[in-house]
Design a binder for this molecule. Structure first.
Ligand SMILES: NC(=O)CC[C@H](N)C(=O)O
Length: 229
């Protein structure tokens, strides 16, 4: 399984994502610049955290116009696995690949600390290696992580099992404690907490590892069943 880690001007978690792929699942991974116009070589796309374009206008509002985002939309359409972390989540919502938006934290402060998440949906390609309802420790680092959507969208998220993670102690005012969601099809996930910063006990938690092993498992399952057919 080959991964792309997108890099925008101002990304700062790209190296962490790259290392997480290397260290947890040992799969091939490339940095892909925001001007790229072809992602066909990749099976998984990581949209990393950071301060792309300095968070000007709104977090992710400029990045979503980058040429590579047309390719991300194509990849989503093709069913490839796409994970947006923190600023990556913000970019995916701005691009319309995930519903809702991220508002400023209700504290109006940048919050940077570990959080406890509850796994709400472990039937998703990104979370199959967790137990349903399991509580895991994953750090956050954001100023605009307050997830919001309208009532009709929230109803859809619930109906389709698109709420992937919630916070046990809400750090930012997110609607219904939402920390991460998927698209309806389940192949695009966005989350504010950083699993790539929780892949080694030296970081204080290894609970992020299973997101990467889950993605690889989902990809292998898909390819094995395709080759059997
Ligand atoms: N770590 C991040 O990706 C931060 C995202 C964004 N710059 C914010 O502060 O909300």
């Amino acid at each position: 399984m080959k991964f792309a880690v997108l890099v925008f001007p101002g990304s700062n978690c790209d190296i962490d994502c790259y290392k997480a792929v290397e260290d947890t699942i040992g799969q091939p991974v490339d940095y892909v610049w925001h001007t790229a116009t072809d992602l066909s070589a990749y099976d998984g796309i990581l949209v990393p955290g950071g301060f792309s374009y300095g968070d000007y206008l709104r977090c992710g509002a400029i990045s979503r116009f980058a040429p590579v985002m047309n390719e991300v939309a194509k990849a989503a359409e093709e069913g490839k696995f796409i994970l947006g972390i923190c600023n990556g989540f913000q970019i995916l919502t701005e691009a319309g690949l995930l519903p809702g938006t991220l508002l400023r934290n209700t504290s109006l402060k940048f919050r940077c600390h570990d959080t406890v998440l509850r796994v709400e949906n472990n039937t998703n390609p990104f979370t199959s290696e967790y137990a349903a309802g399991e509580e895991i420790v994953i750090p956050i680092a954001h100023g605009e992580g307050n997830y919001y959507c309208d009532d009709a969208t929230l109803e859809q998220l619930k109906k389709n099992n698109q709420i992937i993670f919630t916070y046990v102690n809400n750090p930012n005012g997110s609607l219904e404690d939402i920390a991460g969601i998927s698209n309806e099809r389940g192949n695009v996930v966005g989350m504010m907490p950083h699993p790539e910063r929780a892949v080694d006990s030296l970081f204080g938690s290894e609970d992020g590892k299973r997101m990467f092993t889950s993605i690889l498992k989902a990809w292998r399952d898909r390819h094995e069943s395709a080759s059997v057919r």
